[in-house]
Design a protein around this ligand. Sequence first.
Ligand code: ZN
Length: 153
Amino acid sequence: MTIKKGYAELHSILLANPNKKVKDVLELLMPIMESQQRDKAHYTDEHGLWVFCYYHKQYELTSQVEYGRKVNTVTGLNSMCKVGTNQWTKQQRDYKKAKSDLLDQVNAGTLQVSDLEAEIKKLEEAKDSIKPLIESHHEEALLDVRQQEEVEA
Ligand SMILES: [Zn+2]
């Protein structure tokens, strides 16, 4: 039996977990399936052009969510919506500032070096968190078949 290239990892996880519930196996498979999904950076359907927002990690309909223009890209648009771009920039900036504040505290002796790692981890979680985009199309985007096809297959 030959396993298709794209399914090899999925196949080996299923083989290694024959007695697990689908729900538990699904948790193992999600990272693989999500990364495949992210390879599709955009697509067009009858609603228009959808871009996979690098910040919000979801498909956004570009007629409903504002995207900045960017030259030399396939879509002519940025890889993050405007709200996402602002939020991403803010989180990066806040992270840098808070991290340098922590180092100042260590230098000043108000923070133990042994606590530094845990504090930085908290900052990283905040930096990598996603503030959801509240838009009318959000539910629609989640219900889109392309969001589900890997799960249902
Ligand atoms: Zn977005």
